[in-house]
Design a protein around this ligand. Structure first.
Ligand SMILES: C[S@@+](CC[C@H](N)C(=O)[O-])C[C@H]1O[C@@H](n2cnc3c(N)ncnc32)[C@H](O)[C@@H]1O
Length: 276
């Protein structure tokens, strides 16, 4: 990527925060996608998850494809500002690049609670194009604090529609973290015409024994993995107008070609909806 991250720079504050010996979901996801921003503990945990469910890689890639098509769709509807919570380590086709390819002036605020994501994302944003992009550290489990940080930063205009992106992040919130309240709190701050882009892992298509092995791996990581059923994922969209085709496995959301065999059993649901 042609930049020196804070991690590589050896900044002791970042190093202390990184907890390289504990697997981080963002770095495991980076490994599934073939990235290099991960430590041995992340790779070992990711390999265990892959041994339990070899589909993880396909699912991660399918999710990135969904993110691209969904953000492009929302930007194509005229939404020119995005709040992306659970950014992930930058890889090919990040939200700001997708949105700014449609509208070069689009503004994107990224929010993540993982320091490695922040260091990489900040370095990447520094070289971004005419649209404005920024990255903040906050936790989705505290949605009011997310909104406060975003408002304080001042890049988004909350009187105009916003694309709220929650891609492959809500499955890191346990029920007691109140994921539905988090989504509702963020949406309540946005005006009608805003859109929600959401994807979420599921165990609907895998045997219970496989699910238990995978959750066992994430229980030792910095965040657990909580698969939810199609109906539970649909509930995140309560009160919104779902765009066609509704809640489907991610490769089946407006595919651009013939979906690969088994697309209807990929372990991630996704949908886009409009606030009315
Ligand atoms: C699997 S990655 C998804 C990245 C990207 N959104 C995508 O769909 O490709 C999940 C991201 O969510 C972040 N995350 C997990 N729990 C979070 C929380 N409670 N608050 C904010 N970010 C969180 C992780 O650090 C990671 O970067």
């Amino acid at each position: 990527m042609g930049y020196k991250s804070m991690w590589e720079s050896g900044d002791p504050r970042i190093a202390a925060d990184l907890r390289p010996d504990t697997p981080h979901p963002a770095r495991m996801y980076d490994y599934y996608l073939g990235g290099k921003d991960n430590f041995p503990a992340d790779r070992a945990a990711a390999e265990k998850a892959l041994a339990a469910n070899p589909e993880f890689r396909t699912t991660a890639r399918a999710n990135r494809g969904f993110l691209t098509r969904a953000v492009r769709c929302v930007a194509g509807l005229g939404v020119d500002q995005f709040l992306d919570v659970g950014t992930g380590i930058p890889t090919a086709g990040n939200t700001h690049q997708i949105a700014q390819a449609v509208d070069p002036a689009a503004r994107v605020v990224y929010v993540d609670n993982d320091p490695i994501v922040l260091s990489h994302a900040r370095a990447l944003m520094a070289g971004s194009g005419p649209g404005r992009t920024t990255v903040l550290r906050a936790d989705l489990r505290e949605p009011a604090a997310v909104l406060e940080a975003v408002r304080a930063e001042g890049l988004l205009d909350f009187s105009r529609p916003v694309g709220l992106v929650l891609a492959a992040v809500l499955h890191f919130l346990r029920d007691e973290d109140e994921p539905y309240r988090a989504v509702a709190t963020l949406l309540a701050a946005l005006p009608p015409g805003s859109h929600l882009v959401l994807s979420h892992g599921t165990a609907d298509f895998i045997p219970a024994a496989v699910r238990d092995r995978v959750t066992g791996v994430y229980d030792k990581a910095t965040a657990p993995l909580v698969g939810r059923s199609r109906e539970q994922v649909r509930e995140f969209f309560d009160g919104l107008e779902l765009l066609e085709p509704g809640v489907v496995t991610v490769p089946l959301w407006r595919p651009e070609g013939e979906p690969a065999p088994g697309a209807e059993r990929v372990s991630m649901y996704g949908a886009v909806a409009r606030k009315i």
